[in-house]
Design a protein around this ligand. Sequence first.
Ligand SMILES: *Cc1c(COP(=O)(O)O)cnc(C)c1O
Length: 538
Amino acid sequence: MEPGLQPRRQGVNVVRHAFAILLQGNLLEKLPLSNLKEIIINMTNNRKSPIEITNEDFKKVGYQLIDAISHFIDTIHERPVTTGESPKQIQSVLGNASLPQHGTSVSELFSRTSDLLFNHSLLNGHPKFLGYITSSPTPIGALADLLAAAVNPNVGANILSPIATAIEKQTVRWLAEFIGVSPTCGGIFVSGGNMANFTAFLAARTAKAPKNLKEDGLRNDHGEMVFYCSKATHTWIEKAAVLFGHGTKAIRWIPTDADNKMNIDILSQTINDDVKIGKMPFLVIGNAGDISTGVVDNLSAIAAICKAKDLWFHIDGAYGIPAAVIPEYKDLFDGIREADSIALDPHKWLYAPLEAGCILVKNPQHLIDTYSSHPVYYNFGNQDDELTVNYLEYGFQNSRGFRALKVWMALQQVGRDGYIEMIGEDISLSQLLFEEAKKHPELEEITQNLSITTLRYIPLGFTQIENNNKTYLNTLNQKLLNELQQGGEVFLSNAFVADKYCLRCCIVNFRTSSKDILEIVDIIVRAGRKVHKMLQSE
Ligand SMILES: *Cc1c(COP(=O)(O)O)cnc(C)c1O
């Protein structure tokens, strides 16, 4: 017998079938009540649902799966980062069978599914994956997710998740300690950076808007609410402006200086100008590791402005703020203790498997003021213990999974020291890549901040050719990136820096080594020559 198919089911099916026939013929009513009761009792006595797996099968299939995953991790560096298959090719691998009518054995299902995932995925756990900002996932995080799913606490309310709520609270506190802000701040786990920033955006608005905002909505009676961020800010801010009813015109895009940091004088001036014309500034966003090049804004200067003008100071540290754990980088993040809220993304530089974002708020009462409501159908407020936290009052979600567990476990597996080592090495490797690009006659190094290096390919002797340099190099590097992304040897992304199309290498990957970096340089140059040759012959 295949795992997952139980002999008992047959008997149940016979009873179920008989029941269906009775139903169809409208014979049920004619049946004496005692018979009906007997049928139902028979059907559900010792109920074995089709979705249940026997203890033996669970272990057998579970161990097989763990073996397969372990082999996958062990050989990940030998696999292509991506197969580069088109959606059409993927579709043909998957087939387009319609919804199955009957069940399949669990063991067969797992062996088929793990093959599909191992062989047709982009592997961000590969040592040469340096694209966008997704990390290699911690193996302990994968196991923690399995454990969390097996127990399945609903971390929306304390009563539904006693230990999980306490663990999430502790994880939030640890993250605050990790980056060096007050452990008395509160916060909540969310799906990622966008949601963390959104959660803070609305808390900021509640804190600074007229008190009737909740009842009357955005009425602009006190002037249009406007907010400030640098041009390097991630696109979440536009989504927030649209989704939360402000419109993108309420965003004040502050230019950056030559070093890509927000220009503080212009920020201050723009706020003053807005106040003069009757607008209502309420929020300034500083970047701690901007999405393109990893630049950290002058956070203490922004903090001072916010303090002087009574504005909410939010830091988007989704990618970069974990670097504050490195003692030599502490000064760079000066000002984070002044922030009213900080978004960070454990699924980036803390290497948690997707999804895990977190928002830290200096005074968590602002979250409760924003998100709390007390419907009659919940009985969650019955514990007057001051430690009670019902996370549904802290953010968007009602039912919530146990995202904190994988972060809580990883923080304990390696401790602060382990993270200092890994994050520090990522930064060193990024610096190595920058230096290698600088040395190489066919590469131009562009920027290096935190663990992000941007560079581009320039054909030998090209700088002597006068005409159309810029457009050609942009086209060349764009095509080069496509070539690299399809090729499967390495995965990079792109950035525009001062109108230059660059290859962007972001190392949030505890598997990358210096050997990988040197090989990546060779791969880029080899592909660069090939693409240049192709473009020349067009
Ligand atoms: C990645 C990133 C985001 C978005 O985070 P998601 O987890 O993708 O939602 C926002 N801001 C910055 C600076 C980021 O690096």
